[in-house]
Design a protein around this ligand. Structure first.
Ligand SMILES: CC/C=C\C/C=C/C(=O)SCCNC(=O)CCNC(=O)[C@H](O)C(C)(C)COP(=O)(O)OP(=O)(O)OC[C@H]1O[C@@H](n2cnc3c(N)ncnc32)[C@H](O)[C@@H]1OP(=O)(O)O
Length: 715
């Protein structure tokens, strides 16, 4: 797992061998310990270069080993031995040096880096801290402010930035190993005293206390309850205030708490789930590894409202040519200005050339005739979309893929309008489409595997986390969200307030509560959907509709023209209209009191535990239905949809992972309890899959799939 060869007469070249990223598994660590010992004791070897196989230095500690019994030599003494060696050790960094990989490089006396390499200490994103001495060495090398930035955000830096910060000694465009060997030869006789980072003092700015206070406040705010960023600040503080040995003790102590925490487990689950969802499969057996996506260079977007504009920008940024179609002349002009502005700002921010020439705007539908993919993003109106798909079917060649950005409409109905239903797939973007990472790729019963593969690949090119899901009302995300929203309304009827419900959800870790989120999206959006479902009865207060409990509160607000932020009033006040800061609205409080009085409802005190249980367990319960029906292939798919599309706090791993951490038996018991209290609320009735899992002993989430019958799409 690490090989030693002698090169250029006196350089011991150690190569880490653990594809694909040379993670520091127990075997690799053992390999490093053995080869370093041999190199140091070999009189022929005057200097050492450490590099990684296949163009990657090292992706860090082996995350797959976390949570298992620790075997092999630990990292800290291994890196210490390298630093203490009396022969110069040079790290030759290609590809990535991340986490333990960079910590290993920091233990070396010199670092030579390829210009395309990326470096960083991303442990915080896994719920950990750089506990192989990284939290103590990096501040000593580059100073406290820069180290705090890298360690608390986990961001990767380019080779150029690493050089500027002083993390690396040299950047090369040529062979990194050759450059490192040459460098090693040139320093063989030089003193190593100043090259051992652990022996250096930690450079601190004069106002270091104020700096730590400010950073701590920021990470607490940004972290929404995450514990690792706080521990990272504390570890760097130890580097700034304690001698190295004591700083290391503090680093290990902080790591011990993080290592076994539920948050670390959740974040590591997210790391693997994010990668797992790209390995999609369909009920037919078609899979990601056996289906080739179509080559794509030119895409059309039809409908240039907010979504269409964002999709256009995302496609241009992915390097594609785009035909952007808006049949209303005035809206087209406005869209052209908006898209150009967005692209200009992005180009400026990213320091890349403006790519306006890649978009062609048109008011003619015929302009889409020569593209490989059409993405429809017109209003969420089935009749309008059906008509458009019919037109597209006659306009486009048979091989053109037709994707719809619907957020809830039946993909199969759209496919049925065309002569080639196998070419139709849903591509549900989230607003703003050029920023939000999530993409639900919705396959209907007739969608061709190649169409799904092409949509997934296109999502990847746009930098999205794409999740393939079956076709049903609301797909995965919005179908689950419906019950979360409904429970929030029921809680309002029973005595809660928008502020207290939102507060509980924010304390849980959401960036905003359910009412603030509804105000942001626009209350009229859901109103329109409910109208289409025949649920809205204007002016009516009845609380049972279509045989189940219903809250007309949202409809009553819409009837008053309160659509949320854009109208200045919704569940909160926004002054002026369009402002983003919600203020409690005394009118709403009176309105709720009158509503309860007219409905004969007796208001009660509702604590945050009930708010969380009812909102979250209702959502999770729907997730179990979705899994049971095969709409989502596994819990990871649901969790990534919620983490990347709905603001679910990543350190809680997604709703299904959260359920597994709370304990399935507990979730089941609370759902049963609430369903008993509210028998007219079907979504509180526990799903049969949840019952099945509990009765089979609540297996770990990785084994739920075994309990789920063969996946299929419900519609
Ligand atoms: C006891 C601890 C003491 C000290 C502290 C040290 C802690 C650490 O080092 S924690 C690890 C820190 N490192 C990272 O967070 C890096 C994680 N990896 C990445 O960011 C990326 O994988 C990459 C930039 C290194 C490469 O990206 P890319 O080329 O896009 O490949 P993939 O991401 O698809 O990864 C390919 C394959 O490798 C698996 N993998 C990546 N890194 C690790 C790792 N550190 N340990 C184990 N496995 C790793 C990844 O899961 C992919 O495999 P699968 O597709 O099967 O999941």
């Amino acid at each position: 797992m690490a090989a030693l060869t002698l090169v250029s007469g006196s350089v011991g070249l150690i190569t880490l061998q653990n594809p694909p990223v040379n993670a520091l598994s127990s075997a690799v660590r053992q390999g490093i310990v053995d080869t370093v010992q041999r190199a140091v004791s070999d009189p022929q070897v005057k200097s050492v270069v450490i590099c990684g196989q296949n163009g990657v230095f090292c992706g860090g500690a082996d995350i797959k080993e976390f949570g298992k019994t620790m075997l092999g030599p630990p990292l800290v003494p291994m890196i210490h031995t390298i630093e203490a060696a009396d022969k110069p050790v040079v790290a030759a960094i290609e590809g990535s040096a991340l986490g333990g990989g960079l910590e290993l490089a920091l233990g070396c006396h010199y670092r030579i880096t390829h210009s395309k390499a990326r470096l960083g200490l991303p442990e915080v994103t896994l719920g950990l801290l750089p506990a192989a001495g990284g939290s103590q060495r990096l501040p000593r090398l580059i100073g406290v402010p820069a180290a705090l930035d890298l360690i608390t955000t986990g961001r990767h830096v380019t080779a150029a930035e690493a050089l500027k910060l002083g993390i690396v000694d040299q950047v090369t465009d040529q062979s990194t190993v050759e450059a490192a060997v040459k460098f090693a030869l040139s320093v063989e006789v030089q003193s190593l005293t100043s090259r051992r980072i652990s022996t250096l003092p930690c450079p601190c700015p004069a106002d270091v206390d104020a700096l730590f206070e400010g950073v701590m406040q920021r990470v607490r705010q940004r972290g929404r309850g995450a514990i690792a960023p706080v521990a990272c600040v504390q570890a760097v503080q130890a580097a700034a205030t304690l001698p190295y040995a004591q700083g290391m003790e503090r680093e290990q102590e902080l790591m011990a708490t993080l290592f076994t925490s539920g948050q670390a487990r959740a974040l590591q689950y997210c790391f693997f789930s994010q990668r797992a969802v790209s390995r999609w499969s369909l009920p037919s057996g078609a899979r990601w590894d056996s289906t080739k996506p179509n080559p794509v260079t030119k895409v059309a977007v039809i409908g240039l409202g907010t979504m269409g504009r964002g999709i256009t920008v995302a496609l241009v940024q992915a390097g594609l040519s785009v035909v952007a179609v808006e049949t209303h002349e005035q809206q087209m002009m406005a869209a052209q200005r908006a898209v150009s502005g967005m692209l200009e700002r992005l180009a400026q921010r990213q320091g890349v050339p403006l790519a306006l020439d890649r978009v062609r705007f048109s008011t003619e539908l015929e302009a889409v005739a020569d593209v490989q993919i059409v993405i429809e993003a017109v209003f969420e109106d089935m009749a309008l979309k059906k008509q458009l798909f019919k037109q597209l079917s006659s306009l486009c060649p048979a091989e053109t893929l037709l994707f719809s950005n619907t957020s809830s409409l039946d993909i199969d109905h759209l496919a049925a309008q065309t002569d080639h239903p196998q070419q139709v797939v849903g591509m549900h973007f989230f607003a703003p489409a050029h920023i939000m990472k999530l993409l639900e790729v919705v396959y209907g019963p007739r969608s061709a595997p190649q169409a799904v593969a092409t949509a997934m690949e296109l999502g990847k090119r746009m930098g999205k986390v794409s999740v393939a899901v079956g076709n049903c009302r609301g797909f995965v995300g919005n179908r689950m969200l419906m019950h979360y929203l409904e429970e929030a309304l029921f809680l309002l009827e029973e005595g809660s307030s928008p502020e207290s419900i939102d507060q509980a959800l924010k304390e849980f870790g959401f960036p905003m509560g359910v009412f603030q989120m509804s105000d942001l999206s626009g209350l009229d959006v859901g109103w329109k959907v409910r109208k289409a479902q025949g649920l809205v009865e204007p002016g009516q207060m009845s609380r049972v509709r279509q045989g189940r409990r219903y809250s007309p509160l949202g409809d009553l607000l819409c009837e008053q023209g309160r659509f949320g932020q854009k109208t200045g009033q919704g569940w909160y006040l926004y002054d002026p209209a369009g402002s983003r800061t919600p203020r409690p609205d005394p009118w709403l409080q009176r309105f709720l009191e009158q509503y309860r009085a007219r409905q004969g409802l007796v208001s009660r005190r509702i604590d945050s535990e009930e708010v969380l249980e009812r909102c979250l367990y209702a959502l999770i319960n729907e997730g179990f239905h979705i899994l049971h029906e095969g709409i989502a292939a596994g819990p990871e798919d649901i969790d990534m949809i919620y983490v990347f599309g709905y603001g679910w706090p990543r350190h809680r791993g997604g709703p299904m992972f959260y359920a597994s951490q709370v304990g399935l038996a507990r979730v089941l018991q609370r759902l049963e309890h609430y369903h008993q209290l509210h028998p007219d609320v079907p979504h509180l009735q526990p799903s049969s899959l949840l019952r099945q899992l509990v009765s089979s002993g609540s297996p770990p989430i990785q084994r739920w799939k075994e309990a789920i019958r063969k996946p299929h799409s419900a519609l």
